[in-house]
Design a binder for this molecule. Structure first.
Ligand SMILES: [Zn+2]
Length: 426
């Protein structure tokens, strides 16, 4: 087998493409594989598929391919241009790369795989390209995946389930993004910059009519603007406030009460009292089942000696168990009872939570009726956080969005050759 046949075979090049010449440069550790079109009298227009004669050749270009035998491998070709009766002179599609890419399909596929599994810097070292090149491959992979998803949605073949989540995610300092997730598949469906009603509406609208029409539930925190957006785009009856966010609300209120009481003890020059209350911060967040030894003792001390925090702790515990109740009717009764208890407490943060819960009662009870699990949504949140850490800070929203959709968008990221056969094979 001569070198041209060897490279044609290893690159998986099929007719009409053939290897015309191989230049090996051992000093540079580089091999340039020249490729040409074997039947230039019968070319095909990339726009309409009509046949036409050769017009001319585009200037010679190179495409980076995977290294072969440890040589940096470049495909070189002056791509012929067809004269189409309808579209004029057009460059024909090449079998080994997507239009406008400087890399072959296999190179891009490996670059995608590596970036999914290791940090971009490491992937760049392995592949011998810049991090910027890999970033542009990731960007194009996300665009490709989103275009395929949009097409599927248009054709009514969406994979998106009928249970969604709507959440806010801080990606840099105070900069926030709205994230629409699929509660069952645990993937990010859409994103928008900011956490306002307008951001949430734009993220929801981007799902398209087919997805919006089949939504059965959208789970969110009790953040006013998101509920307004969901009400407008999906409908009040589909809104669900999940246990995680309700419990977080009462935990935050208890923390406000505890901090206020610490300050009171400090103002009374009771440093010892303030110290005990400060050190109980994490113990009182735990449920009794998870308290052991010192933690148990700290909670007992708070309940016995610190009236306000002790009261807030009891209210937190009383609320927390609502999702363990057997049915929606008992949950509703329990929550109504809790609202009365919280009001009686005269602890301002707890009274505020009771008002919020009263206002969102129907959506909270609905989460019990529907029994939508938020396990996938919670794991999605943790994975978004991991993507944020892995990228070591995004300077622009678009970069954050690309990273999240690349890793967690559930997208078909890989390039595919045009036409029926796969000309570049592993
Ligand atoms: Zn044409």
């Amino acid at each position: 087998m001569d070198s041209t046949s060897f490279y044609a075979h290893i690159l998986g090049l099929n007719s009409p493409w053939l290897v015309s010449k191989v230049d090996l440069n051992t000093a540079l550790g580089e091999v340039r594989v020249h490729v040409r079109h074997a039947s230039e009298d019968a070319l095909t227009c990339p726009e309409c598929g009509l046949g036409g004669p050769l017009h001319d050749h585009a200037p010679e270009r190179t495409w980076r391919h995977l290294d072969i035998c440890q040589f940096q491998t470049l495909l070189v070709c002056s791509v012929p241009r067809v004269l189409c009766p309808d579209h004029g002179a057009r460059q024909v599609s090449v079998a080994w790369a997507e239009a406008k890419s400087r890399f072959t399909l296999l190179f891009e596929a490996l670059a995608i795989d590596l970036q999914l599994h290791c940090a971009r810097r490491r992937a760049a070292e392995i592949m011998g390209v810049s991090e910027d090149s890999l970033a542009s491959i990731a960007r194009r992979a996300v665009d490709r995946g989103l275009a395929r998803k949009a097409k599927e949605r248009e054709e009514g073949e969406t994979l998106t389930s009928s249970h969604l989540t709507l959440d806010e995610k801080y990606w840099r300092g105070r900069h926030c993004a709205t994230v629409v997730g699929d509660a069952l598949r645990g993937v990010v469906e859409e994103m928008a910059e900011g956490n306002s009603t307008a951001s949430a509406q734009s993220a929801l609208k981007a799902l398209g009519k087919v997805v919006l029409a089949k939504v059965e539930s959208i789970t969110m925190d009790l953040h006013g603007p998101f509920a307004t957006a969901a009400r407008r785009e999906i409908g009040e009856s589909k809104i669900v406030y999940d246990t995680f966010h309700v419990v977080k609300l009462v935990n935050d209120a208890m923390e406000t009460v505890r901090r206020g009481e610490v300050n009171y003890y400090l103002s009374m020059k009771d440093k010892e009292g303030a110290k005990i209350l400060k050190s109980a911060r994490f113990s009182i967040l735990r449920s009794p089942a998870n308290q052991r030894g010192r933690s148990k003792e700290a909670v007992a001390n708070v309940c016995d000696w610190f009236y306000q925090t002790g009261e807030a702790y009891k209210l937190k515990e009383l609320l927390r168990i609502y999702h363990e109740l057997p049915d929606a009717a008992s949950v509703r009764k329990h929550l109504l009872g809790w609202i009365e208890e919280a009001k009686k407490s005269t602890l301002a943060p707890m009274v505020k939570v009771s008002k919020t819960i009263a206002k969102h009662l129907v959506g909270i009870v609905r989460s019990i009726e529907m029994r939508v699990t938020n396990a996938a949504a919670e794991s999605l949140n943790a994975r978004i956080q991991a993507v944020r850490v892995k990228a070591r800070g995004h300077r622009h929203y678009e970069a954050f969005r690309t990273s999240v959709l690349f890793h967690l968008g559930g997208l078909d990221l890989y390039p595919r050759p045009r036409g029926e056969s796969c000309p570049v094979s592993a």
